[in-house]
Design a protein around this ligand. Sequence first.
Ligand code: ADP
Length: 261
Amino acid sequence: KRPYGSTQTPNNRAPSAKKVIAISSGKGGVGKSTLAANLAVGLAQSGLHVGVLDADIYGPSIPRLLGVETEKLRWNADNQMIPSENFGIKVMSVGLTTPKSDTPLVWRSSVAVSALIQFLEDVAWGELDVLVIDMPPGTGDVQLTMAQELPLSGAVLVTTPQMLATDDVSRAIVMFQDIHVPILGVVENMSYFIAPDTGKRYDIFGSGGAVKLCNTYQIPLLGQIPLTSDILNLSDQGKIPMALGEAATKEIYGSIVKKVR
Ligand code: ADP
């Protein structure tokens, strides 16, 4: 089934990875890239060969999160782009090919998608077990076309608990279901906050949003990640909580890694 009148070629480009997992969200700022980076590190820690493709053309943040933001694009003798490496992960970002400026990038979906396909095909990824793709947030034309054109094995959807975010993520669920990409599950980020001084739990953005969503669409809830200063501070410094964070943080990310592995 090729919905929405798609004229694109079928979703059959040979992946350089055994598994290609999209990390997607209904809207920006919910922690999609942070999850993508931490999942990738967790997957690499479990012994897999992992690549991360940052396809978030609206705000590529993977290079900063994975500590490769100062790297320049390099090519090998076969004219393939050489991915940066950190935490044992190969990293390539659309952000590395665009000039650094405050000017917002305006992409037509056709241009965005051909740039992305080039990333898949013209990067010296080597043999990968898993390629994690940080998708642009939302369900517009660019996102739909990317999801259709990428050889996805499955999608992980990230949301915060509040209604506004879960409403948006339902649209993402329907989008992936329509193009027959299996949904591996939903991660609820910033689910709650535990006050470090009192140990009291606060459901800052409400509660139950992701559980309700997962029940409605019969998809797994992969985990609930609290809002923590550990995650916020480390991420801001280009350090990765899954590698360097507190035990509690690593345990939560670790349990999600096991489910998508
Ligand atoms: P998105 O990719 O959805 O736009 P990001 O991953 O860039 O979102 O995260 C947005 C901001 O929220 C970042 O500053 C990030 O460090 C922070 N953040 C993400 N998840 C958490 C969390 N669980 N606790 C604290 N801060 C978080």
